[in-house]
Design a protein around this ligand. Structure first.
Ligand SMILES: [Zn+2]
Length: 308
């Protein structure tokens, strides 16, 4: 563990995913206890992972806060709760999406159908579904957490709802420091994807989030991946510009012939990708295409999207 900000410890786990690590944070509390933010992926032997972490702290973990329902953030929630005895706190909307995504297996079949309906070739749908099932086994989420609403306080940290990367993504803010989850990342841009059952315009949501970050004007963001961000407002501006360019590229890929979102994703993401990364690319392309539809720059045609 290191200490990227006074009173905040950073705990990093290796991941067997396209991104090779995730950061969790420990916030020193008012009474020498700690708040754990995010939990990595679930493991077979929670005590072996979490007891050494607890041994480095000078007080108990009083609560566990989840920023969002992605596997590398919520996956170890049940494990960490079992070892610490602490309650899990999760945003209300994020918990709803967590239940939809991980609660019952029919959703997995629904996801595969959704990808196929948007033009992904059968073999890739199968492979990506297989990888998803494997990952699902490592998502040890907690049923019935304490639910957080925007504006709630958690030991002096304010809960802010910043949608886009996940529908109900929350961050914690105190004195200009933002524990950011995946709302802002330094070296890469957070993935923004459209998924069945999710909000209809996630990229629109995310562009609002980036504008909101400029208003909140944190001076430091502690993200779930890569380094500390010491100019969060500047980084939010860069990412917004990146999406404006990607929207133009997506718009330029359309004409009067309907084109599937999968076809557009091959244009937006040209490099060789694994089936799972292809699924992310498709979900991300759908988010861009739907944003274009809402902006009046594209329309949904028969079997795909057309220029408007
Ligand atoms: Zn995430």
């Amino acid at each position: 563990m290191d200490e990227p900000y006074p009173g905040v410890r950073r705990l990093t786990f290796r991941l067997p995913l396209a991104i090779d690590h995730v950061h969790c944070y420990l916030l020193r509390g008012s009474d020498d206890s700690w708040t754990l933010v995010d939990t990595g992926l679930g493991v077979d032997e929670p005590a072996a992972v979490w007891e050494p972490v607890l041994a480095e702290l000078d007080g108990p973990v009083r609560r566990i806060v989840i920023t969002h329902m992605h596997p590398d953030h919520v996956g170890g929630a049940r494990d960490a709760a079992a070892v610490t005895g602490a309650p899990v706190l999760q945003g209300r909307e994020d918990y709803e999406q967590c239940v939809r995504a991980w609660g019952q297996t029919p959703t997995a079949a629904g996801l595969a159908r959704f990808m196929a309906a948007n033009g992904m070739p059968h073999g890739q749908v199968e492979e990506s579904a297989g990888q998803n099932a494997k990952l699902r086994a490592r998502v040890h989420w907690v049923e019935g957490p304490e639910l957080l609403e925007p504006g709630d306080e958690v030991d002096g940290w304010r809960v802010e709802l910043l949608r886009g990367h996940a529908d109900g993504h929350i961050v914690l803010l105190r004195e200009g420091v933002m524990v950011a989850g995946d709302v802002l990342l330094g070296q890469i841009t957070p993935t923004i994807g459209l998924y069945p059952g999710g909000r209809p315009d996630p990229l629109g949501d995310y562009l609002e989030t980036l504008a909101r970050i400029a208003e909140l004007a944190p001076r430091l963001a502690l993200p779930g991946h890569h380094g500390v961000i010491d100019d969060p407002v500047g980084r939010a501006r860069e990412i917004a510009e990146h999406h404006r360019e990607r929207l133009d590229t997506a718009a330029a890929a359309l004409n009067e012939e309907p084109r599937s979102a999968y076809d557009v994703s091959l244009r937006l993401f040209e490099s060789e990708l694994s089936p799972t990364q292809r699924r992310f690319a498709l979900a991300e392309s759908l988010a861009h295409l739907e944003r274009l539809v809402y902006a009046g720059r594209a329309a949904r045609g028969d079997g795909g999207y057309v220029a408007a």
